[in-house]
Ligand binder design. Structure first.
Ligand code: TMP
Length: 398
């Protein structure tokens, strides 16, 4: 097994077993042809990088029917508004050109006035790219990589700010992506992106962050080391609450800007907490194994007491939990969700029916597995009555 960046040997340290595509919600007739791979993680010591060993091809995941719409969550709309305001305040005084990698339905880019700033999104999934275009946002329906970036010759070294959110960890050929950034970014330009944070995953034991689309789980140490290989450097890091704990990274060409005190402090903290080394991986592995045992015994207890259990929100993350812990319809009657593309289908691997929110309202379970635990604030308010009766549970503390 080889590190996707250094091409050096990777230390595989944990397998979550046979896993389907996390967002591969399917119909009954597709059960027999379902695709599985071994979800195994490894660590690249020289750059402190936590990564998947095997992963399906990106085209299998980001196809014409990608079932995730940023704009479907009020919390995310709000977050992207604040994120855009932060970019404008800190890096946007004179910006003329801004690019977003993985722009989804344009939720982030719609916060910029495209009469004043040239904004452009790269979005490989056709259905979401079309929604973004309908909002009047220039959207390239392609993966962002060196080859596709090079096609914009006029924009060479002309882009002030390149941004991304929850997209970079999806890209197996990170080297090509960084070369694309190098091609387009101005000398004093910055690349700002947010991703689920390894430190938060370790702390919470939220192993459900690990699935086919999350090829890497980054830390400040790994990002610092990766970008250093390409003449860039990490100049700031700002912790975020999204996705159960994310990190916003700011990257610039080497020697242009001063590194913030905050990023130096956070980097030191990663050393102290073993987030930058292999010890942290082994500790995390133990945490996952214990969490699995606890969850299964809790579900068995609920069933023994004849409780009706259902899942709330058919998230991509839920695929890892359900398949790793082998939780099927013996335990969960259904999973309710708001996404019309998922309703009427079955969950990947464990084949639990996905139903509408009306079904949840009309057939409330005794206990509900909150798979969208990262949106709990929004959901607890929406489901006030259910919350009052303390009926939620999850594989981690919520
Ligand atoms: P994700 O975690 O893979 O991004 O998916 C989030 C899923 O959660 C998506 O299918 C929509 C669903 N969801 C609900 O059903 N109700 C909610 O209140 C929220 C916030 C999300």
């Amino acid at each position: 097994m080889i590190c996707k960046i250094t091409k050096k040997k990777l230390i595989p340290f944990m397998s979550f077993g046979k896993m389907p595509i996390a967002n591969g919600f399917l119909r009954k007739k597709q059960f027999k042809s379902e695709f599985f791979f071994n979800l195994e993680v490894g660590f690249s010591k020289s750059i402190s990088l936590f990564q998947l060993n095997e992963h399906p091809k990106p085209k299998q995941m980001f196809n014409n029917n990608y079932p995730f719409f940023t704009g479907s969550s009020k919390g995310m709309i709000q977050h992207f508004k604040k994120y855009s305001q932060w970019v404008k305040k800190n890096y946007g005084k004179k910006i003329k050109h801004l690019i977003e990698i993985g722009s989804n339905d344009g939720t982030f880019l719609s916060n910029f006035d495209n009469k004043k700033i040239n904004v452009m999104g790269f979005e490989p999934s056709k259905n979401v790219a079309q929604i973004s275009r309908k909002k009047g946002i220039k959207t390239i329906n392609k993966f962002f990589n060196f080859n596709n970036a090079k096609k914009f010759k006029k924009l060479k070294n002309n882009i002030d700010v390149i941004t991304a959110a929850n997209a970079i960890c999806h890209v197996p050929n990170l080297i090509s992506l960084i070369k694309g950034i190098n091609f387009l970014l101005k000398q004093r330009g910055v690349f700002i992106f947010e991703e689920p944070y390894l430190g938060s995953m370790y702390l919470k034991g939220s192993y459900d962050q690990i699935y086919d689309e999350h090829i890497f789980i980054f830390s400040l140490s790994s990002i610092n080391k990766i970008f250093n290989l390409f003449n860039f450097e990490l100049i700031d890091g700002i912790p975020q609450k999204t996705h159960g704990g994310s990190m916003r990274y700011v990257i610039a060409r080497k020697g242009i800007f001063k590194k913030s005190k905050r990023v130096n402090r956070l980097l030191l903290n990663e050393k102290l907490k073993n987030i930058d080394n292999y010890k942290g991986c082994l500790k995390f592995k133990k945490k996952c194994e214990n969490s699995k045992k606890k969850l299964i015994s809790m579900l068995k207890k609920y069933k023994k007491n004849k409780l009706k259990i259902a899942g709330y929100a058919a998230t991509s993350k839920s695929t890892t939990i359900l398949n790793y812990c082998n939780i099927n319809t013996k335990y969960l009657d259904y999973i309710c969700d708001t996404t019309k593309e998922k309703i009427g289908k079955y969950s990947p691997g464990m084949h639990i029916p996905v139903v509408s929110m009306d079904h949840f309202k009309n057939n409330p379970p005794d206990k509900s597995f909150l798979f969208a635990w990262n949106h709990k604030k929004e959901i607890f308010i929406k489901e006030r009555e259910f919350t009052k009766k303390k009926r939620w549970f999850a594989h981690i503390k919520i």
